[in-house]
Write a protein that binds this ligand. Structure first.
Ligand code: 5GP
Ligand code: ZN
Length: 124
């Protein structure tokens, strides 16, 4: 059976990125969180914010993840601005978290898309 919450899943693309086994363009990291540019950006700014531990999706969160997810939410606006998103309210950014196949999730390691910058965007 697949474990949905583990320190590291050797078959997971984003776990390999966190481990440096697959290169990525780093936006930010600390002990718990890793952020990197999306390889196919939809918008002038498009990065992904992920927990370093392997959590398959939002559907696998438990109460013990509340502080981690809270930190990611609080961090996102700061990183968005540092990466070039224009200030609120004329600027701003979009956060998107696809969950499960019907939710449009392709990589099954929880991630928050952060997108912004002048429109038009490629998608979204
Ligand atoms: P999802 O559809 O699961 O919400 O989003 C997965 C995202 O990961 C997509 O936007 C896709 O472009 C991005 N992605 C897939 N593989 C890689 C990769 O190897 N490196 C980076 N930086 N992004 C990736
Ligand atoms: Zn993973």
């Amino acid at each position: 059976m697949t474990e949905h919450v583990v320190d590291h899943d050797p078959n997971c693309l984003f776990c390999k990125i966190v481990a440096g086994q697959i290169p990525s363009k780093l936006v930010y990291q600390d002990e718990e969180i890793y952020a990197f540019h999306d390889i196919h950006p939809w918008a002038p700014v498009h990065f992904l914010l992920i927990p370093k531990v392997h959590i398959s999706s939002m559907a696998h969160l438990t109460d013990e993840h509340a502080a981690l997810m809270g930190r990611m939410m609080v961090l996102a606006p700061r990183l968005a601005q540092e990466q070039g998103c224009n200030p609120y309210p004329e600027g701003g950014f979009r956060m998107l978290c696809n969950t499960g196949v019907e939710g449009g999730q392709e990589v099954h390691h929880l991630h928050i898309h952060v997108m912004g910058g002048p429109r038009p965007w490629l998608r979204g």
